[in-house]
Design a protein around this ligand. Structure first.
Ligand SMILES: Cc1cc2nc3c(=O)[nH]c(=O)nc-3n(C[C@H](O)[C@H](O)[C@H](O)COP(=O)(O)O)c2cc1C
Length: 212
């Protein structure tokens, strides 16, 4: 694992959305793996781990993502593009995901059966809109952790919604039951003309206590 650089407060404050990256910087398998190894500790509803990442480095594939992202310069100069997908049908995996806990005796057979049944009905009862919300909600939490992990390991990022999801789906062969939640451009930021951090509302404006 790459050595870490920041304590948590410093890490949160150091992460910025990169405006442009230094072109030509490569990120290798090991460096990506180190980031994903931390992203896997993101919380997820019922521990269903709804998120799937597609890491794009191949120049031809990158060019297609660049097109799908309306030719934003930072997409072409990034070292890797991380497509964050949420799986709408993640709940169907509940039995397999809990088998280890059953085999280790952490869950009794009864508890295992109850968990599987209740998760399946939780999602099927709530329907398609809920499954999509869940896909995006859980993928977004994972993506935030990924960006912090990347920063800690010396990589800058920019989360992006500026892309055409259908074009992205076609370019990357994304199955129908996965929703593109975010595109994350990853690389080393060119900070030569970095703007000051964007305005943040004071806490009193976005927090209320005990009622809205
Ligand atoms: C969901 C989401 C979508 C975003 N989409 C884009 C985008 O398409 N292009 C872009 O340049 N920045 C994008 N951003 C970055 C925001 O502009 C940035 O987070 C915001 O200005 C605050 O700046 P900071 O992240 O440096 O603190 C996005 C951020 C989020 C959270």
């Amino acid at each position: 694992m790459t050595t870490t650089t920041y304590d948590l407060t410093a890490l949160v404050k150091a992460r910025r959305s990169a405006n442009k990256f230094i072109p030509g910087v490569e990120i290798n398998d090991r460096q990506l793996e180190d980031i994903f190894q931390l992203a896997k500790f993101a919380p997820s509803a019922f521990n269903l781990q709804h998120t799937h990442y597609i890491a794009v480095r191949n120049p031809e594939v990158k060019a297609k993502v660049y097109e799908a992202a309306y030719k934003q310069y930072k997409v072409s100069s990034a070292s890797a593009l991380i497509v964050v997908l949420g799986h709408k049908e993640a709940y169907r995996d509940v039995a397999r995901l809990n088998e280890g806990m059953l085999n280790l005796g952490i869950l009794s057979q009864q508890e295992y059966d109850d968990t599987v049944q209740s998760v399946l009905s939780f999602y099927t009862d709530r329907g398609e809109a809920f499954k999509r919300d869940e896909a995006i909600r859980n993928a977004s939490l994972s993506a935030m952790l990924l960006m912090l992990a990347a920063k800690d390991q010396g990589w800058d990022s920019c989360p992006m919604i500026g892309f055409d999801p259908d074009a992205l789906r076609e370019a990357l062969h994304i199955p129908e039951d996965y929703v593109p939640a975010l595109l994350i451009a990853l690389g080393k930021e060119d900070t030569s003309r970095q703007r000051p951090r964007g305005y943040r509302k004071p806490v009193g404006e976005f927090v209320s206590y005990d009622r809205f």
